[in-house]
Ligand binder design. Structure first.
Ligand code: FAD
Length: 485
């Protein structure tokens, strides 16, 4: 058998190992700088907030690797790729490869402020970072620089543990890349209402410390924010150093073609470390597609990666937020806006040439998948324009009940954005015997990544199975117990 070496056991690599093992024919060696195999990195936030345990988010455990004959080199960083000799050298030795896949993910960007190297200044990327934050509790103070998706999940998670958290954000409103000002305002109001402090339009100047340990963040207006831990969540950069040293073509990320092949035909790259057609990646959905394509390329089959539109959701319990497509203002664009301030509901649809090109929703995101489908399919919405903002339940007359609305979704409506799973695939799995949420997850992977589509999958179970399915009222705290939250 030929040797396949994979560098990095993150989310993209985990999916690749599954596909390659399924096809067979390769000896797989999997290196990971982290001292563990693949886990669902997305779900670190529920681990931080105490809603999940680390064990629950492990996607590939020791028995998986053993069963599939994967040689695991966890806790071992790869330090060199020799393309002429076709070998990879890790901290504990060298292995030969016939095909190599680089899946090294991203490095968190740390703003080089004075004091950034003090003890207690961390990023939010892996289990170690999460455990540092979990080590804080009541009576502790934390500052998070960055009011984007990661920063807010870090802040909400620590707040849930009783930590006094302040978010410092450079821009005028939170999550400005995903939300417009109105939705950003509602989000801030919600977080402040919960007891977090949120400072927008605020610039950090210096990190202060004592005895080598952080004790405050100083802003450029002179304000000092005392803290025991400072989390920087200001962005990521593709991790390309290894590929660059190996002489591969690298721009912002490792250059790949649609088959995920780098400038060397025996070296592929997938995940956040790659650059494809000028784009780099930060959400998991396209990375899973890349893993599938790479597996086919390795098997000698034809496949091509297409960079599809992805939607964003925030995983902070009780905060419903959805954003997809392009919501910038423009002369040839029109808005349809729905506001219900007392319920904290805001929805804005952006139209161009009778097509939906963007959607921002706050407070009620149930129709997000449907709007996302319209954006991706470039559907002509002129016939339903009057009722569009009310979602699928209102198309063709009065309101349908939510179950009927789910039943009315077409088979190709995407339900699970992370894994690209459509309604048809889920109903097929249910009809084939997957009659519980866990079984649907195992069969299709739907709702197994960020979990925000779980409600929709349950509704599909209910619609397909009728009286045979009971919507769960509350989930057990964990699988080892029947205790419910
Ligand atoms: C807290 C958090 C929440 C997130 N939430 C969401 C979300 O809700 N939705 C979403 O779509 N995405 C989310 N993401 C992003 C998502 O997790 C990433 O897109 C995904 O994990 C990237 O996968 P990857 O395989 O490219 O890289 P990673 O999962 O980062 O894996 C790369 C691995 O390579 C290893 N590595 C690097 N260099 C070397 C080397 N030289 N030798 C050996 N190993 C090496 C690293 O240790 C790492 O384990 C979130 C990320 C975080 C941190």
């Amino acid at each position: 058998m030929k040797n396949l070496v994979i560098i990095g056991a993150g989310m993209a690599a985990g999916r690749l190992v599954e596909h390659v093992s399924e096809a067979g024919g390769w000896n797989i060696t999997l290196f990971n700088a982290e001292p563990r195999g693949t886990y669902n990195r997305i779900m670190l936030s529920p681990v931080l907030s105490g809603e999940k345990t680390y064990e629950e988010i492990v996607t590939h455990d020791a028995s998986f690797y053993e069963e599939h004959g994967v040689a695991c080199r966890f806790g071992e960083r790869v330090t060199n790729i020799d393309r002429a000799a076709k070998t990879v050298t890790g901290e504990n030795g060298t292995v030969p490869y016939d095909k190599l896949v680089i899946a090294t993910g991203s490095d968190p960007f740390m703003i080089p402020l004075p004091g950034h190297d003090l003890e207690g200044v961390i990023a939010y990327r892996d289990l170690e970072d999460t455990e540092r934050m979990m080590g804080l509790g009541e009576g502790h103070k934390a500052v998070v620089i960055g009011g984007g998706l990661l920063g807010l999940e870090a802040a909400a998670g620590m707040h849930a543990r009783g930590v006094d958290v302040t978010v410092v954000h450079l821009m005028g409103h939170l999550m400005e890349r995903q939300l417009d000002e109105a939705a950003g305002y509602l989000l801030r109001k919600e977080l402040v209402g919960r007891g977090m402090k949120v400072l927008c339009s605020s610039n950090s100047q210096e990190i202060l410390g004592e005895d080598g340990k952080v004790n405050a963040l100083k802003l450029d207006n002179g304000t000092e924010l005392p803290c025991d831990l400072l989390v920087m969540a200001v962005g990521i950069r593709p991790c390309v150093a290894l590929a660059k040293e190996a002489g591969l073509a690298v721009g912002r990320g490792v250059h790949v073609d649609a088959q995920m092949i780098t400038s060397d035909e025996d070296v592929l790259a997938i995940g956040e470390c790659v650059e494809f057609d000028g784009a780099v990646f930060g959400l998991v959905a396209p990375l899973y597609d890349q893993a599938k394509v790479a597996a086919k390329t390795i098997a000698g089959e034809e496949a091509a990666f297409i960079n599809r539109e992805t939607a964003t959701k925030l995983k902070v319990t009780g905060v419903d937020l959805f954003s997809a497509g392009d919501f910038a203002e423009g002369e040839d664009r029109e808005d349809i806006v729905f506001r219900d301030p007392s319920r904290g509901v805001y929805k804005r649809l952006i139209l161009q040439d009778n097509q939906l090109i963007g959607a921002v929703m706050y407070g009620d995101t149930a129709d997000g998948s449907w709007f996302h489908g319209l954006i991706k399919d470039k559907t002509d919405i002129s016939e339903m324009r009057d009722t569009l903002i009310f979602g699928p339940a209102f198309q063709g007359g009065g309101a349908l009940d939510p179950m009927a609305a789910v039943a009315a979704l077409p088979a190709d409506a995407e339900i699970c954005g992370c894994n690209g799973i459509c309604k048809g695939q889920i109903t097929e799995a249910i009809e084939g015997g997957a009659t519980s949420l866990d079984a649907v997850r195992a069969e299709t992977k739907a709702s197994g990544s960020c979990g925000t589509c779980t409600g929709l999958v349950e509704q599909l179970l209910a619609v397909t199975l009728g009286d045979e399915f009971e919507l769960p009222t509350a989930q057990p705290v964990c699988k080892c117990t029947d205790l419910r939250a």
